[in-house]
Design a protein around this ligand. Sequence first.
Ligand SMILES: Cc1cc2nc3c(=O)[nH]c(=O)nc-3n(C[C@H](O)[C@H](O)[C@H](O)COP(=O)(O)O)c2cc1C
Length: 306
Amino acid sequence: MTPDLAVRLGPLALPNPVMLASGTCGYGLEMAPHGDLSALGAVVVKGLSLLPSPGNPPPRIVETPSGMLNSIGLENVGLAAFLAEKLPKLRRLGARVVVNFYGGCRADYRELAARLDGAEGVHALEMNISCPNVKLGGLQLGQDPREAHRVVAAVRRATRLPLLVKLTPNVTDVRVIARAAADAGADALTLINTLQGMAIDVETRRPALARTVGGLSGPAIRPVAVRMVWQVRQALPIPIVGCGGVWTARDAIEFLLAGATAVQLGSVNFTHPGRWVEVVAGIGEYLRRHGVARAADLVGKLEPWA
Ligand SMILES: Cc1cc2nc3c(=O)[nH]c(=O)nc-3n(C[C@H](O)[C@H](O)[C@H](O)COP(=O)(O)O)c2cc1C
């Protein structure tokens, strides 16, 4: 039996549940030397803003014993350069492209969504209402259910593309924001962005990052992400994309069992670029070994203890 790896995130059909997470694979093109991009579920490109952004000053990445801390500050080439220079190349490589984007205000989000709507080769949008490293907007939007509802509804009206909304874990109850985004018309939710963290160089007594606080990613945050995916799965029927410390096929399957329909590989792309090839193969191998016909059949199939 050859298992069927195809999954659906609402209107977005993917050949397998493995995606690359925004900000960890550049514009996707940087990953092309490491594997066939068309064999991925999808690539989520670096978060775009209307205008190019230089991001935050260095140091903006630091390793800790339990994950990576970053405060890149959403450096990106801007929408126009992406559409003109990056997207045509991604199209030629046969990649399914999810465009991650963010704005400083609701009007920015709306305009980005409207301008991406007609772009050939954009398969879906992922709006980031969760970046902890920009001064404007992001965090407020992702932490306040009313604001989250307003901005998602505005984007929903501006685009017919499948719409993923990426949530922050830096909230008391992620289900409240998840419900607001779903009610406002999101087709799927991506859980999670980075957890706020901080590290200090005790010799200089300075924060390790120029912006002091950054986002923690990697395997250390996986249990938090799995818990949040599971919580949202119990509360809402909307498809979920699990993200946070996926390193291997085993980790991807953990997310599927918790209730994610697909997963994103993030920080692993820095240490093991091309790992997605093994993760896709490993999910297929697991399905065969367990006699499961379709990856979609694993979603939420956690066995209760009692
Ligand atoms: C260097 C870096 C840059 C990132 N940039 C973005 C971004 O532009 N937009 C976004 O939504 N998430 C961004 N993220 C968050 C990741 O997409 C992902 O949600 C997070 O790293 C957790 O997954 P991981 O533990 O597998 O890395 C970034 C993460 C890192 C490490």
